[in-house]
Ligand binder design. Structure first.
Ligand code: G3P
Length: 218
């Protein structure tokens, strides 16, 4: 399973990259605003900085909701850097734009997906990635991981090439369960990745190894 980090924070991205396990980055307008990145020039420059920090795909989201606007914005984003994947919302114009970009060989990520039907549409439109938001479903007492399972089942039935990018991942158990289900990618905050490191038996075992080494070696 590929690990993407879901942030526009450059130091979190650099920390995940330094760990050597990062495969890409996802962002959205809320995450950009959280970092205080505003205005189209600053936003484009920030995407470029992210692309220079990592080797994998970087999802950059359009903010237009009309078809022409999505095409114009998406083309500008795709031209910015070869690692950019155009992120489009799951609305009718987003599906149309997804088909347009996939026919042109421009990679896409269809976002804000909350049902199998939406995931089916994204795959039929040729999306590179589909982003079911599992944490936000959990927030409203609906099983987000069940949606990921159902999409996996449907995509496998037809050998769809669209990759399932489980998004709105909030914690390490989400990551582990996504891996069990066979999600192609997960995207979450830095803590969902670094949290996987932690085990008290690792810490106590290492402390004992070092203590015993010191005893024998002074
Ligand atoms: O990138 C979109 C998605 O991952 C949002 O996550 O935690 O705001 O629901 P969250």
């Amino acid at each position: 399973m590929k690990f993407f980090i879901d942030t526009a924070n450059l130091s979190d991205i650099a920390e995940a990259q330094a760990l050597g396990v990062l495969d890409g980055v996802t962002t959205n307008p809320s995450l950009m605003a959280k970092e205080g990145v505003t205005g189209s020039d600053a936003i484009l420059a920030h995407y470029k900085k992210i692309c220079e920090l990592v080797e994998g795909d970087v999802s950059a989201e359009v903010i237009s909701t009309d078809y022409e606007g999505m095409i114009k914005e998406g083309e500008a984003l795709a031209a910015l850097h070869p690692q950019i994947v155009v992120k489009l919302p799951m609305i009718a114009n987003g599906v149309k734009a997804c088909k347009y970009f996939s026919d042109k060989g421009i990679r896409t990520n269809v976002t804000l997906v909350f049902s199998v039907g939406q995931a089916l549409l994204a795959a039929k439109a040729g999306a590179t990635y589909v982003s079911p938001f599992l944490g936000r479903l959990d927030d409203i007492s609906t099983d987000g991981l069940h949606l990921v399972k159902e999409i996996r089942h449907v995509y496998d039935n037809y050998n769809f090439e669209t990759q399932i990018l489980s998004a709105s991942v909030r914690n390490t158990m989400h990551v582990i369960n996504c891996a069990k289900i066979g999600s192609d990618v997960m995207t979450g905050p830095l803590s969902s990745i670094t949290g996987l490191l932690k085990h008290p038996l690792t810490d106590s075992g290492l402390a004992k190894f070092l203590e015993d080494y010191k005893k024998g070696n002074g």
